[in-house]
Design a protein around this ligand. Structure first.
Ligand SMILES: Cc1cc2nc3c(=O)[nH]c(=O)nc-3n(C[C@H](O)[C@H](O)[C@H](O)COP(=O)(O)OP(=O)(O)OC[C@H]3O[C@@H](n4cnc5c(N)ncnc54)[C@H](O)[C@@H]3O)c2cc1C
Length: 474
């Protein structure tokens, strides 16, 4: 019999943080991870002196959970680096040209009117719309609406098409016509309710905000430092099994997890894998919950990273990168300059760009070879940013069904899932499909979940172990 108390399926940031927070309470866990490495979407590779991220490159500084966790991990707290915000400029492709996003934009809302009114990105009508939006009266919405409907209630379509859509596509890989205003931009929905005008809301927010040095935070040696440090910190209390979990079932008084040739019995199972994977695992034991989880749509992402000899580029790359609105898009939705955003990651003589393909183009292209993807991205970087030179090297990462879509009604679906979980003691869901898609959101949910498990384990007798043959009741 193993002395595992908790079984965690999935070894990304969500599973690892759960294991870590449990370990701080002396609670043992086993992580069942289908791949042969921990970290999930978080992965940093050192290639030719460049620290390249295969997935996320940073996290939002405004959400403290990841920073607090890094500081708790000791040395990692000292390795936090900020994005190089003095060069923080974003360009938008408009009629095939790169046009700077006006200064002071908070998502699609101009916190400073003058730069927006002077910008060549917006027409006269849109600028007039900004002025009248600042006078909007508070309103309550009875129901969740799409981001598209929400934004069009405040601004001209140009703001949706040229700012909101490409920004949101970069994070969610989904269309504003489907995404939920309440779940994706809850603070803007609140501003509408309190102030009426989003412009007045973000101005208040800016005044209240303490002076923050960087918008994005990361780690000197890349995002993988976070998952590596978590795995090390939890080591004494955590075991990893590299095998896919194939089934989660109920026993007479607990749970049974089948993984490879092993099955674990336990009182507490944490599913830290994507909602579609959770749905498959629970199909027999919890069909209603499984069906609800399957309703959460996912989008895919393809990331092509290209490294150039800086001196071979026609001009020094300006800003953090550019976004390509749907109306102008062929495949690439966004490209960022790693060498500008996090200069310490790349040798001075090298410039590195990360080009993203998301949503349906990513799904269509995920089967084509790396060479085809490279050629396609190179052609678009040539047309959009004038980069014709051959890269020194490149990497390609394909993440199928990796970005959960918070579509209209997500909050209600989330509440239903929570109600179903209340009726299934000992089963927990963590990950980016529920309360936020960013890394800090995953850490927060993991922490809250570990707290609940700790509270439940206190005073409970243990019924955990490992057995070679499953004995399901459902
Ligand atoms: C391209 C890209 C860029 C991103 N950029 C950012 C960013 O800059 N900042 C930010 O905050 N967020 C970003 N995100 C989102 C962020 O990466 C994720 O929200 C977060 O990493 C999710 O972590 P997780 O542990 O919940 O899931 P994952 O990292 O997906 O981990 C789930 C794990 O479960 C395992 N698994 C699945 N099925 C099974 C099974 N049956 N048995 C065992 N194991 C299983 C998988 O192998 C995986 O290791 C990005 C996402 C993508 C796709």
């Amino acid at each position: 019999m193993s002395d595992t108390e908790v079984v965690i399926v999935g070894g990304g940031i969500s599973g690892l943080s759960t294991a870590y927070f449990l370990a701080t309470q002396g609670i043992r866990s086993t992580i069942v991870e289908k791949s042969n490495r921990l970290g999930g979407l978080i992965r940093t590779d050192l290639v030719e002196g460049c620290r390249l991220e295969a997935g996320p490159d940073s996290y939002l500084a405004t959400k403290p959970a990841a920073t607090e966790l890094a500081r708790e991990l000791g040395d990692l707290g000292r390795q936090i680096i900020g994005s190089n915000d003095k060069a923080r400029r974003i360009f938008i492709v408009r009629h095939g040209k790169l046009v700077p996003m006006p200064e002071g934009m908070v998502m699609m809302v101009p916190a400073r009117l003058m730069p927006a009114l002077r910008s060549e990105l917006f027409s006269f009508k849109t600028k007039l719309g900004f002025v009248s939006e600042a006078l909007a009266a508070p309103r309550d919405r009875a129901e969740d609406v799409s981001l598209e409907a929400f934004i069009l209630d405040h601004f001209e379509r140009e703001v949706l098409d040229y700012v909101a859509e490409p920004l949101l596509t970069g994070v969610y890989g989904g269309a504003p016509a489907n995404l939920s205003a309440q779940s994706v931009l809850p603070r803007f929905v609140k501003y509408e309710q309190t102030y009426g005008s989003l412009i007045r809301g973000v101005r208040r927010e800016q005044r209240a905000k303490s002076r923050q040095s960087s918008t994005f935070l990361s780690f000197e040696r890349g995002m993988q430092s976070l998952t590596d440090s978590l795995a090390r910190a939890a080591e004494t209390f955590q075991t990893t099994l590299c095998a896919p979990a194939t089934r989660v079932g109920r026993t007479a008084d607990g749970w049974l997890v089948q993984a490879g040739a092993q099955s674990f019995t336990t009182d507490h199972v944490v599913l830290a894998c994507p909602a579609h994977a959770c749905s498959e695992l629970l199909a027999r034991a919890e069909p209603n919950l499984a069906a609800k989880l399957a309703e959460i749509p996912y989008s895919s992402a393809v990331l092509v990273t290209l490294a150039y000899k800086r001196s071979s580029l026609p001009r020094i790359p300006e800003g953090f990168g550019f976004l390509v609105p749907q109306t102008e898009r062929r495949h690439v939705a966004a490209a960022t300059w790693v060498s500008t955003k996090f200069p310490s990651r790349v040798p001075a003589e090298t410039a590195v760009s990360r080009a993203f393909i998301v949503g349906s183009p990513a799904e269509e292209l995920s089967g084509v070879g790396h060479e085809t993807l490279l050629n396609l991205v190179r052609a678009e970087l040539r047309d959009l940013a004038g980069i014709e030179v051959q890269p020194l090297f490149h990497t390609v990462h394909i993440w199928p069904k990796s970005m959960p879509q918070y579509v209209v009604g997500h909050a209600e679906r989330r509440r239903e899932i929570a109600r179903m979980l209340d009726a299934t003691p000992g089963l927990y869901l963590v990950g980016n499909a529920y309360d936020g898609v960013g890394i800090p959101d995953c850490v927060s949910l993991a922490k809250e979940t570990a707290k609940r498990i700790t509270a439940s384990l206190k005073g409970n007798s243990r019924k955990s172990g490992v057995q070679s043959r499953p004995n399901y009741t459902s």
